[in-house]
Write a protein that binds this ligand. Structure first.
Ligand code: HSE
Length: 432
């Protein structure tokens, strides 16, 4: 009989408690599938008294999470504390120094300290698995690193934050205001401890950096991601986007171009009949575009305790089977530094929301700015007429460069009749 695999869990939030439950509930199934009895032997969390709906009385409790890594009765260290620094970092470093496998859902740690982890792994016989770090329950890490290993990847993109997708879906469906829907997302356990990480695009950027690292064989590089969140999106934008045949989604996009890898997280208009537009609520959807396979789409629960626990335990099952894969899908020495393209060179079409005083000549002035920057207009929409108040004018453009569109936005913002800075979003038709 093989020895049981002893698991220590550092962090018993939503995900940690669900991992504990899953290992209990599906223990026999996991034994049948992996040949190992997987048992939690130690845990750590900030508050011992908190009601988590799990019975931790039979496992060792550590007040200090690093002691989970140090515990000789722990074979695999599951780090579910989160954050690139502090306790999470110490737990992972300690486990690797002791040559123990680490399973983590920590996107910030991988996104910001991927290079450091690769260096630590060179000196350790431990491993780091992180299926749960990206897109909750969707097995996108296994898909990229294993199922699609034969392909040169052209692009990886999609909806990577369940909280933002829930908020945008609810705002579209019900017309409710942003703060009200954010509160609901927090109550449902989708949002990060600091929800600004979700709504300002930081969480999605950490995840995109990991996908990009796997797709292009490089160290995750969150510093070269152009990040915009969803705070500025209004009911007006959602309504106009619908009139134009689009929905608004927060997308993470990493694309290989002649000039390097383009990486961005930003709200985009997507065709309303596309699979991405049909991805609603806390679901995530990730496309991978490979040179032989073409486009592959994975969709599923991107947030929430149970879905994320499914991903965490899939990594534990790999450890139980004795499988460990190179962190970024490349043998150590082959992991490169991401060559970032200049985002200003990016080509795309754009949506502009302007608030303008309804005076003769305003559209002529705007058109002149577009002409001077060689930006071609696709459509103009104006609703309402009020000589005393600003009215919304929506412009969409044909393809141009990000550089031109930024200059156009700046010039339009300087016009006297334009009463607030133009709001810009990309239109993503998923042609490449
Ligand atoms: N806050 C994250 C989200 C949870 O909303 O997607 C999963 O990483």
């Amino acid at each position: 009989m093989t020895e049981p695999l002893k698991i220590g869990i550092a962090g018993l939030g939503n995900v940690g408690a669900s991992v504990f439950k899953l290992l209990e509930q599906n223990g026999q199934l996991l034994l049948d599938r992996t040949g190992r009895d997987i048992r939690v032997t130690a845990v750590s969390a900030r508050s011992k008294g908190k009601n988590r709906d799990i019975d931790v009385s039979k496992v060792k409790w550590h007040d200090n999470p690093v002691e989970v890594a140090n515990d000789p009765n722990v074979d695999v260290v599951v780090e579910l504390i989160g954050g690139a620094d502090g306790a999470a970092h110490d737990v992972v470093n300690t486990a690797l120094a002791l040559n123990k496998p680490v399973v983590t859902a920590n996107k910030a740690l991988l996104g910001k300290r991927g290079g450091e982890i690769i260096s630590l792994l060179k000196k350790s016989t431990g491993s780091v698995s992180f299926e749960a770090a990206v897109a909750g329950g969707i097995p996108i890490i296994k898909a990229l690193r294993e199922g699609l290993a034969a392909n040169n990847i052209n692009a990886v993109f999609g909806i990577l934050n369940g909280t933002c997708n829930f908020i945008l879906s609810e705002m579209t469906r019900t017309g409710r205001a942003f703060p009200d829907v954010l509160k609901e997302a927090q109550d449902k356990g989708y949002a990060e401890a600091d929800p600004s990480f979700d709504i300002d695009g930081v969480d999605a950027a950490h995840k995109l950096s990991i996908l990009s690292g796997l797709a292009f064989g490089c160290v995750p590089d969150v510093d070269h991601i152009d990040i915009k969140g969803i705070r500025k999106i209004t009911a007006l934008d959602i309504g106009f986007a619908a009139d134009l045949g689009y929905k608004i989604k927060l997308l993470g996009i990493a694309r290989r171009t002649d000039k390097g890898i383009e990486q961005s997280v930003e709200p985009c208009l997507v065709p309303k009949d596309s699979p991405i537009a049909a991805t609603e609520g806390p679901l995530n959807a990730v496309y991978v575009d490979g040179d032989f396979v073409g486009k592959v789409l994975l969709m599923g629960a991107g947030a929430g305790g149970n879905a994320t626990a499914s991903a965490v335990v899939s990594d534990i099952a790999d450890v139980a089977r004795g499988r460990a894969l190179p962190l970024m899908g490349m043998e150590g020495g082959k992991v490169g530094v991401l060559k970032a393209a200049n985002i200003l060179d990016r080509i795309g079409s754009y949506y502009f929301r302007l608030m303008v005083l309804d005076q003769p000549g305003v559209i002529a002035d705007i058109s002149a700015i577009l002409r001077d920057h060689k930006v071609s207009l696709e459509s103009v929409l104006q609703r309402g007429r009020d000589p005393d108040q600003a009215v919304p004018v929506i412009l969409t453009t044909h393809e141009t460069t990000e550089d031109s569109i930024q200059k156009v936005a700046e010039k339009i913002g300087q016009l006297k009749a334009v009463v607030e800075p133009p709001y810009l979003m990309r239109i993503e038709e998923f042609k490449s």
